[in-house]
Design a protein around this ligand. Sequence first.
Ligand SMILES: *[C@@H]1O[C@H](CO)[C@@H](O)[C@H](O)[C@H]1NC(C)=O
Ligand SMILES: *[C@@H]1O[C@H](CO)[C@@H](O)[C@H](O)[C@H]1NC(C)=O
Ligand SMILES: *[C@@H]1O[C@H](CO)[C@@H](O)[C@H](O)[C@H]1NC(C)=O
Ligand SMILES: *[C@@H]1O[C@H](CO)[C@@H](O)[C@H](O)[C@H]1NC(C)=O
Ligand SMILES: *[C@@H]1O[C@H](CO)[C@@H](O)[C@H](O)[C@H]1NC(C)=O
Length: 479
Amino acid sequence: MRLEVLPISFALSLFFSVDHTLAAPASHGQPSSRGLHVPILRRARVERNDTEWGNWAKQQKQFLEGKYGRSPSATKRSSGYNLMVNQNIDSSYFGSIAIGTPPVAYNVILDTGSSDLWIANSDCTEGCSGLETFHSSSSSTFTNVTGSFSITYGSGQASGGLARDVVQMAGFQVNNQVFGLCDVVSGGLLNAPVSGLMGLAWKSLSTSGVTPFWQSLYEGNVWDESVMAFYLTRFQNVTDAQDQEPGGVFTMGTTNSSLYTGQIDYQDVPSDAVTYWTLPLTNLTVNSNSVTLPSGSSSYAAIDTGTTLIGGPTAQVSALYAQIPGSAAETGQFQGYYNYPCSTSVNIALSFGGQSWSISPTDFKLTELESGRCLGAIFEFQGSNSGGPAWIIGDTFLKNVYSVFRAKPPSVGFAALAANAESSVTAAGVPTATIGSVSASVTGSGRTHENAASPNSALAWSHVALLICALGTSLLYLF
Ligand SMILES: *[C@@H]1O[C@H](CO)[C@@H](O)[C@H](O)[C@H]1NC(C)=O
Ligand SMILES: *[C@@H]1O[C@H](CO)[C@@H](O)[C@H](O)[C@H]1NC(C)=O
Ligand SMILES: *[C@@H]1O[C@H](CO)[C@@H](O)[C@H](O)[C@H]1NC(C)=O
Ligand SMILES: *[C@@H]1O[C@H](CO)[C@@H](O)[C@H](O)[C@H]1NC(C)=O
Ligand SMILES: *[C@@H]1O[C@H](CO)[C@@H](O)[C@H](O)[C@H]1NC(C)=O
């Protein structure tokens, strides 16, 4: 079942923190010292004391390093944020990026469960109707990259070619980001006004072999702190919720201390699993009763903002529902899901080696089916069969915490939400448009397999088709 296409003339939104503007190094237009006739300029004589000469010398050095892109330290460290949109009642969360010169804004799903950036191309023939698409001829910095691009998610597939251009987000810029330009997108993967997807997991998971946007920024040392953080809003069970609502706040280079309280409880990503943002799921309770979980890699969970619900291994998911009196496995279209009496308030808590975090009964209760039976938001999923994580921990959980994705050491942290997080975010309404200035930029690294004929041979677990069910007006995604 698909949503009807909405007549959305949604203003593209791009929120950048305006910090210090660092002009792109090459834009100074300084003549090179070699091979060019340098006009002689007469200047007033400058009197400098030692301190001033010291500063001047340092600036000259930084300028040259910046111009030739050799020194990350020449680039300012900073942080930035992007206000997101909650689409189709907590089904997906998108933010905005800008691509090209001059920059053009696009809405993209922010997905910590994959590592590729791609956008619908202007020649898109399938699955792009009503979307803002990329027009390469409008960007003076666009370069075509040899090779094809193809990625499959639980919810569908996108394929096309590869491109390189300037990409900006939240005040950061990567000058030569390689990304997918898709001309075939499976139905339902993109819903206007979303034009593509920004993968925020590690490069090792990238199907195109490209360093992800966030990882170039982290490796370029331009972040104040090596973190990205999310607060995701909840519109489940909100009467009159619209298809687009304020989605929360995404930050890079810092956390937003007005959105959480207490300490951030960081847990390390196991060293053999720095692909997704992986954490071992160590404890799971249902109304205070424990479900027995395996250890080691069978406990690995991907913390995934791009997935709507929670998927887990059949044995543990059925053990979980066995703790809810009157629950029953679903069949047919809902195969893999379970229902339970709506009168039961189900409180599930998860721990990833540290503190235990609750999922509110509201988030667990996906929808009322019929005659007092409710559908649970945790379903059976055989991801580990294809070498992927056993669990996918999506927005059903992430709406309940402030989540922090830390690059060094690789770890994911959770903190309790501030009491006024929701009101402070929703008060501002659905975010609307601006393309802000850039506070820090890096020169990204190229593809690992720049000349590889087929970059899409390494398939991630998510290439397994999964049951996607469309319930009422809400579409559920597994990215
Ligand atoms: C150099 O000049 C600056 C003002 O431009 C002044 O603040 C500083 O004290 C001077 N330093 C020395 C060593 O004279
Ligand atoms: C990139 O080059 C390929 C091969 O020449 C061409 O088919 C494709 O249309 C180009 N893409 C863009 C966006 O220009
Ligand atoms: C998780 O389970 C272990 C073993 O059952 C137990 O020792 C520990 O206290 C539990 N941790 C939490 C946070 O519940
Ligand atoms: C849904 O919202 C209503 C009204 O705010 C509230 O009374 C009810 O408990 C909520 N239901 C769930 C399952 O959270
Ligand atoms: C922090 O979140 C608030 C919403 O409560 C938002 O208004 C503010 O702009 C955010 N600031 C940063 C730096 O992320």
